[in-house]
Design a protein around this ligand. Sequence first.
Ligand SMILES: [Zn+2]
Length: 284
Amino acid sequence: MRHPTVRRNTLELEPGIHQLAHGLKPFGIPAPNVYLIQGTDASMFIDSGWDNEDDHAARMAYLKDVGGPPLTGVLITHRHGDHGGGALRIHQDTGVSTSAHRLDQQAIEAERFGGAATLDSILDGGESFDLGGLTLQVVHTPGHTVGSLTVLIPERNVMLSADTVLGMTTTVVRPSEGDLGKYVESLHMLRALKPGLIYPGHGEPLIDPDDRIRQLIDHRIHREEQILAELSKAPQSIDQLFQTIYPNLPEERQRIGKEQVESQLIKLTNEGRIVADGEVYALK
Ligand SMILES: [Zn+2]
């Protein structure tokens, strides 16, 4: 009898849907998930993990090991190095096409491809890839980054949420890359799609998607109420609000914490609920 092969950091979650989680754990959260989706006619990678030789070799070895229909593409969910980093190596090794959303294109080509290559296909959301028995439906879910994509597989009622919905942490929204107002809209949109299961960009599958997305929406409402309550006492700067809202945050997380406050203030300003006077924000 042939024993099943144990492959480090990889798992076939359900027939045709494989999770590969190689490499570094950013900020202590699990390594980025690369999903290999295999229909009857074609295979595709959703995301590509970090850009380094060892992780790339592990992904290619897994692909060779599982076999299946030919690899036809790598879809990059967003601009960050733990998701799009390995795409160029996969492209160079296999010749398959790379694709990502238009609004993250520039950052991916500059930061992930080092200006040495361009994406083969630019997505806007609404596209689908027919792999034979499994369809990848591309949904634009801006927020974490302006070009963030979520992929649905309707035949299985599953959703690949990348960093838009995570189980072990809330999602970072940096003003320079993302948009908190749009992020909350994206969460409502994904919730309305009623996925049966979410395969996130880091960590294990989320078995109660509705509950998790609701928690994430509630978290943003809670933070917003905290900021509005603080501003009702007195106009304040980002630094002042940060001290109250994120007390005792470890040194290495402080910059990100301040960026979250700033994203929240931009959202409230856009909604006309607060106004900025120089560096100080006040209720309208
Ligand atoms: Zn990310």
